[in-house]
Design a protein around this ligand. Structure first.
Ligand code: UT7
Length: 321
């Protein structure tokens, strides 16, 4: 049995922030942001919590799948921006949905989060342990972004995407590849709560996202291209067989460079980063939901999904839709 996607859903906060809005906060301009990243605007929470957005996306996915919350056996939620340290956002979403029969587990793999969570769902389905799993990618990055750092604040946005996964013999995840390289973790960093107790005297501060943009750019292009090559090769596929590539939406130039490496037409690489920015673990399911609802993804289509980012982490999935 393979994990296949029965239904998708997504949620974006109502508030949009344009490049011109950001130019009022930091020294930047629309032309620089569009030409270097492809991003024109992003959605930013002005009240929605990570759990609120995840539950909205999950309810939409359940409704499309025709699955009730009680039928869910597992919730796998990927985020780096939970509302609390305890309880997990996965447990909060379980409560919001009333998914009383599901075990709820949270996973942190930054921008690879949804891809890794979907692979985990595949492992449970393959092992015959569960047959109905909710997989969510959700981020409220606006709360960990340094809004005075023009190198990062122009990139990120908030949002959520979800997929209800079932078991099928003919379609679904055919193969996946996933990797981590913790030794290069400093390239994209955000501290958790700092050490602060009555036994130390030094001043402590909360951290915000910092990134070596060029390092991450080079890593992304190299590793995503490699992992797609590997997947194609070991499944005896040529690029002609692939209908659509759903890549993490970090930067249009990264996606263009991967397309060039594969000698593929950009038409096979849909993007929504122009409107959503980089939503980390939410970007792949947000885009999947758009493509699914618009009819761009059809039963039997061969799809490659790739996630890459903090950790460092990266991975790709070959799926028959
Ligand atoms: O999802 C997680 C994975 N993250 C990524 O995939 C991000 C990967 N990296 C990137 O997308 C790109 O590296 C960035 C978009 C972050 C930056 O683009 P870049 O082409 O690598 O620019 P850069 O950092 O080399 O900066 C070029 C110049 C610098 O000025 P000087 O030193 O040449 O005078 C920067 O200070 O652009 C300057 N700059 C800006 N100028 C206007 C940096 N940020 C901005 C800005 N507006 N927002």
């Amino acid at each position: 049995m393979n994990a296949y996607i029965m239904g998708t859903g997504s949620y974006l906060p109502e508030q949009t922030v344009t490049n011109d809005d950001l130019a009022k906060l930091v020294e930047t301009n629309d032309e620089w942001i569009v030409s270097r990243t492809g991003i024109r605007e992003r959605h930013v929470s002005v009240g929605e919590t990570t759990a609120d957005m995840a539950a909205e996306a999950a309810n939409a996915a359940l409704s499309m799948a025709g699955v009730t919350a009680e039928e869910l056996e597992m919730i796998l939620l990927a985020t780096v921006t939970p509302d609390h340290i305890v309880p997990s956002t996965a447990c909060e979403v379980q409560k919001k949905l009333g998914a009383v029969n599901a075990v709820a587990i949270e996973l942190n793999a930054a921008c690879s989060g949804f891809v890794f969570a979907l692979n985990t769902a595949q492992a449970y389905v393959r092992a015959g342990i569960y047959r109905k799993i909710l997989v969510v990618g959700v981020e409220t990055l606006s709360k960990i972004v340094d809004w005075s750092d023009r190198g990062t604040c122009i990139l990120f946005g908030d949002g959520a995407g979800a997929a209800v996964v079932g078991a099928d013999e003919e379609r679904g995840i055919m193969d996946f590849i996933q990797y981590s390289d913790g030794a290069k973790g400093d390239a994209l960093l955000c501290d958790a709560r700092p050490l602060k107790n009555p036994f130390i005297s030094r001043e402590v501060e909360h951290g915000y996202v910092s990134m070596d943009g060029q390092e991450v750019f080079k890593f992304a292009v190299k590793r995503v291209s490699e992992s797609i090559d590997q997947l194609l090769q070991r499944n005896s596929l040529t690029t002609d067989a692939i209908d659509c590539y759903v890549l993490h939406q970090a930067n249009a130039r990264i996606i263009q460079t991967v397309a060039k490496h594969l000698k593929e037409d950009m038409g096979k690489f849909p993007m929504n980063l122009e409107r959503c920015g980089n939503t980390s673990g939410a970007s792949v399911p947000l885009l999947l939901d758009e493509l699914n609802r618009s009819g761009r993804l059809k039963r039997g289509d061969r799809v490659i999904m790739s996630g890459f980012g903090g950790g460092l982490t990266w991975g790709s999935i070959y799926m028959v839709w």
